[in-house]
Design a protein. Sequence first.
Length: 260
Amino acid sequence: MTVGRVGRARARRWLAVLCCLLVGAPAWALDPPTAPTHPAPVGSGDFLLYHPDLSGRQDGMQAYADGDYGYAVSAFTRGARYADKPSQAMLASMYWDGRGVSVDHATAYAWADLAAERGYPWLLANRERYWQSLSADEQKRAIAIGQGLYAEYGDAVAQPRLEIWLRRGLTQATGSHTGFVGTMEILQGNGFGFSSTGADGNGYYAARFWKPSAYWGAQALQWNPHPTGKVEVGTLQHVDADTKATPESPKPDPSNAPGR
């Protein structure tokens, strides 16, 4: 497993951009949420090594910005393999526009549908725009393609794939046997030595970056900060007009009175 083609010096330059991508929607998304007050130290090579979802996304965004669309598709596919929904959404966009791949609207929709798997509102809206633009034949083909994508890139298989790396990275934490790592400063190599990432041990190894349940929960909160409840409506029932709103209390049975 390698960090990718983006070197550590370039990773520092992209730190601010990737922090936004980690918890906020890309520029083409709908209604992006507010960035967090404590961004992840994603410029660290070790952090990206154990977060291949973010590594793939970072490589893809850099290659896309450079116009290297072929490599961008490869990098986003790597991120998508580790359950990165923005990477999957970028693949949808690239298949739709024919950047780095041939134009294929059915495949574009299949990726957009997969990206919307968790029900994040802006990705659902994006998916519906694709669907409405497909022909009937494209819609049929998109459904067939989507079944294959879900089998390889759906959360049911992609999240456990990433969780292996998260747990592996967490075992590299250095600190007390009780888990306290707050006094540890996180450094990264820059080709001439080491520089600070600006994070201490507790920030770098925060549960929301490494523990699977907290990691997915943090993503859900950032990508959908205003979740709504679910209401199930049953079948309609006929109510007579003369039915009383409050049923009459049953009268006591004299035979059950005390002393009898």
